[in-house]
Design a protein around this ligand. Structure first.
Ligand code: HEM
Ligand code: HEM
Length: 181
């Protein structure tokens, strides 16, 4: 196995990966839990979803900046060209969704005239758009679809990582886990 194939992501990239992964899963469960509520109960239940979502946005931007200054390890040479392309495309779509979804949620809240409360600590200002409930509804519709797509991709991502690690016996989980390089 070449040196490249054994290399790991940097510790910073690993921390960002797992922190964001946990927050995304928690945030999805909170949104699901709020889905069938109405009125004040729904606003209260969705408030932490919004605050965690903004946290994911900030962490994802920092993660991308980190990635630009800490080159990820090359994919194992044993992967076919199309597999490398698929992995890169998948990771690219993840970044688009990790940044696009919270911005969409923030935009929808802004159209609805509701600033985002950050765990009671401070208020995140609304994006500069005029109040428009129709726009709020259509943006939140796209947000829900994007969230659904993210979940499908996460499932495929886990299956792909497991296949490479356990069936192909290529380094996969070990690349995204701290340890000796
Ligand atoms: C990466 C971050 C985020 C993810 C992965 C995410 C994911 C989701 C998902 C999957 C749903 C649909 C749940 C369902 O009804 O089945 C949802 C709903 C929603 N999200 Fe997010 N979201 C994120 C960030 C945000 C942010 C930052 C805001 C607002 C500032 C927000 C506001 C909302 C609202 C208002 C709903 C609608 C709840 C409803 O009407 O049922 N989200 N989100
Ligand atoms: C839940 C949300 C998750 C998201 C949004 C996510 C996103 C990502 C992204 C964007 C990368 C590429 C890193 C880069 O090159 O910049 C990556 C790599 C990786 N992820 Fe995840 N991930 C998630 C969960 C998981 C889970 C649950 C597992 C394992 C069970 C996992 C295993 C891996 C592995 C092994 C890699 C390294 C792939 C390689 O060999 O290059 N991820 N993930």
């Amino acid at each position: 196995m070449s040196e490249n194939a054994q290399a790991r992501y940097s510790t910073g990239a690993i921390i960002f990966h797992w922190l964001i992964a946990i927050l995304v899963i928690v945030n999805w469960r909170i949104a699901e839990g709020a889905e069938h509520l109405e009125g004040a109960a729904k606003s209260a239940a969705i408030a932490p979803h919004k605050a965690i979502g903004i946290t994911i946005l900030v962490l994802s931007v920092l993660r991308l900046l980190w990635r630009m200054s800490h080159k990820p390890p090359a994919l194992p040479d044993a992967l076919a060209g199309w597999e490398k392309l698929l992995a890169r495309t998948m990771h690219g779509i993840f970044y688009v969704l990790l940044i696009g979804l919270p911005i969409g949620g923030w935009l929808a809240s802004s159209y609805a005239g509701r600033p985002v409360d950050f765990f009671g600590l401070f208020t995140i200002p609304m994006l500069p758009v005029a109040e428009n409930m129709d726009q709020a509804k259509s943006v939140i519709g796209a947000h829900k679809n994007g969230g659904g797509l993210l979940l499908i991709l996460i499932a495929l991502h886990i299956l792909g990582a497991a296949k490479h690690q356990f069936i192909d016996k290529l380094p996969s989980f070990s690349r995204m886990w701290p340890g000796k390089s």
